[in-house]
Ligand binder design. Structure first.
Ligand code: SF4
Length: 280
């Protein structure tokens, strides 16, 4: 089976974010949420019986890395106990760089996580400050910790068109990241229209320049041996995200947690988008 787990907590709310989440990590709230999540997984396992071993498990958010390694490890154990884990299971965790301390990375690797997806977005401190994210130094330190700990399959997310990003800013960030780290995967997202911070009064990115920069990023990655295998995603051959690829192949996925959307046995359904609704 392919499974998705939504972690709707972040340390801060980024200026461009439209996801269903709560922007502060409060222990009591997180504990209650995870208790409900375990109950949802158990109820599904009881009702469905044998659904096959877990082939891919994806922790998305929100910021899964913000809730601590222990919770992620407990969820992985629960999936392993209830469904069994395929030997080559792909287990991905989305992370923000400030959570990637050396201790965190080493402990996360021990839980069985095989793939990290790191939200870099930009390496320009002015851009990062404008959208409410940590600086580039924190990002580079986080990535270093991940590789030092032994993660071999790491994605970096970048966003084109953020407020204040200089012309070719995303391309230079990509070049710098690939010069310093052996990334196996890179995502280059285009900021959606209407996603600028509410109080932003400066100019907006020019669509044509962003288009050209995306193509320059694409050329750069192809020269590095990456394959452009999905709209915004590039990977070294053999490192495509198996989980995300399943969405494009319209394969079943059971998604757990707040607002999580499943395609299961041909039927699409979505969990409640409010905490109260989800707990009910
Ligand atoms: S870390 Fe990600 S999910 Fe959280 S507020 Fe920022 S963009 Fe949104």
């Amino acid at each position: 089976m392919r499974a998705y787990v939504h972690v709707p907590f972040c340390r801060q709310k980024c200026g461009y974010c439209k996801f269903a989440l709560t922007p502060f990590v409060r222990e009591a709230q997180v504990s209650r949420y995870f208790a409900a999540l375990f109950a949802e997984v158990s109820a599904f396992a009881d009702a469905e019986g044998d659904v096959g071993k877990v082939e891919t498990l994806y922790f998305g958010g929100g910021t899964p890395s913000a809730v601590g390694v222990a919770r992620i490890g407990t969820v992985i154990r629960q999936f392993s106990d209830r469904f069994g884990m395929a030997e080559d299971a792909e287990i991905t965790v989305e992370a923000n760089p400030e959570d990637l301390t050396p201790e965190f990375c080493r402990a996360l690797l021990e839980t069985g996580v095989t793939r990290l997806s790191v939200g870099v977005q930009s390496l320009d401190d002015a851009v990062l400050a404008t959208v409410g994210r940590k600086d580039a130094k924190t990002t580079m330190a986080g990535l270093k910790s991940a590789f030092d700990a032994g993660f071999a399959n790491v994605n970096a997310d970048l966003i084109l068109g953020l407020p204040q990003e200089k012309p070719k800013g995303t391309l230079s960030a990509m070049e710098r990241l690939h010069a310093e780290f052996p990334l196996t995967h890179t995502s280059a997202y285009l900021l959606e229209e209407g996603s600028y911070p509410k109080n932003w009064s400066g100019t907006h990115a020019d669509t044509e320049s962003v288009r050209e920069e995306f193509l320059a990023c694409r050329d750069f990655l192809i020269r590095k041996g990456f394959v452009h295998y999905e709209v915004s995603n590039f990977a070294k051959p053999g490192h495509e995200s198996r989980h995300n690829r399943g969405y494009w192949e319209r394969r079943d996925v059971r998604a757990f947690g707040l607002s999580a959307a499943s395609l299961w046995k041909g039927e699409r359904f979505e969990n409640a988008a409010s905490f109260a609704g989800y707990y009910r």
